[in-house]
Write a protein that binds this ligand. Structure first.
Ligand code: PMP
Length: 303
């Protein structure tokens, strides 16, 4: 388990070991938590948190869906994220804000329990393996579909949603590949268990739309904007499964996975093994942290 010295919990910085919850916490029983995953990067001007405000705003959107009233404003939570990085003396790492229903009642719809908010920050390397960013990963289409619309909203980052991600992810690992791709209830492409999906074919870049049972990733949005800066338009459209096997390039985007090329889908090689578009987005993305790419949209929140 990753570890750091402190976690911000319910308004104060506490020692990591002291951040415990009661076994009767509602979130433990029913998955009533919402969270974010954010990365901090080392830059020439010191550590910076990437798109902090966008992540915290998404946290509040997820919370609103489940009537989780976070007892702090966005600004306070952003400052707490900065404090969590600073107090743990991190130069880079992963930040995990999590709001959840605590102990007070076992009723599923009860609301008379405290809402807790924790912000952990700890070191974290590449998500899909050490060579993933450079060499790409093998993936497989999952036998598990993503959450269907009108069941549990896939566009919210709620704890319970990750039962679906676990099934997709475990199955992928059991099959010996790095990640699984979930199809939507309609059989069309959706996303990885924790990443959005992009396909490039004949120079056209496509990604499944918001309605394809995806979480609209902040890295997805980043890739779309960085590609626009390079003169590419990304088309958001429903995509059939077979597009995975005819694409010249396929890549994942996500805070954890960053920009990861996909080199094989269901044991079929993607394209010729050359990833010019993926490499260009990767370079532009990581360039934000070296200073090679200008941060024209104020995405870097300095510590
Ligand atoms: N889809 C799912 C299901 C995810 O968990 C994530 C990670 N948050 C993503 C997509 C990518 O989102 P982001 O780029 O905001 O990290």
């Amino acid at each position: 388990m990753p570890k750091a010295d402190y976690i911000w919990m319910d308004g104060e910085m506490r020692r990591w070991e002291d951040c415990t919850v009661h076994v009767m916490s509602h979130a433990l029983h029913y998955g009533s938590s919402v969270f974010e995953g954010i990365r901090a990067y080392e830059t020439p001007d010191g550590p910076a948190i990437f798109r902090l405000e966008d992540h915290i705003e998404r946290l509040y959107r997820s919370a609103r869906m489940y009537r989780i009233e976070i007892p702090y404003d966005v600004d306070t939570v952003c400052r707490a994220c900065v404090a969590a990085v600073r107090e743990n003396k991190l130069t880079a790492g992963y930040i995990r804000p999590l709001a959840f229903r605590g102990a007070g009642s076992v009723g599923v719809t009860a609301r008379d329990m405290p809402i807790h908010l924790i912000i952990a920050a700890f070191p974290w390397g590449t998500y899909l393996g050490p060579e993933a960013l450079e060499k790409g990963v093998d993936v497989a289409v999952s036998s598990w579909n993503r959450l269907a619309p009108n069941t549990v909203p896939p566009g919210m980052k709620a704890g319970g949603n990750y039962l679906s991600s676990m099934l997709i992810g475990y199955e992928a690992k059991d099959r010996g590949v790095a990640e699984g791709i979930g199809l939507g209830h309609d059989g069309l492409l959706s996303e990885g268990s924790g990443e959005n999906l992009f396909l490039v074919e004949d120079g056209v870049i496509r990604t499944p739309p918001g309605a394809a049972s995806i979480l609209k990733g902040i890295t997805r949005d980043t890739a779309i904007k960085l590609l626009a800066d390079m003169g590419h338009v990304v088309i958001e459209q429903p995509l059939p499964r077979e597009a995975l096997y005819t694409a010249d390039e396929v890549f994942f985007t996500g805070t954890a996975a960053e920009i990861t090329p996909i080199k094989r889908v269901d044991h079929i090689d993607v394209g010729t093994g050359d990833y010019p578009v993926t490499r260009a987005v990767q370079d532009a993305f990581f360039g934000l942290f070296t200073g090679k790419t200008a941060d024209t949209r104020n995405w870097l929140h300095r510590i």
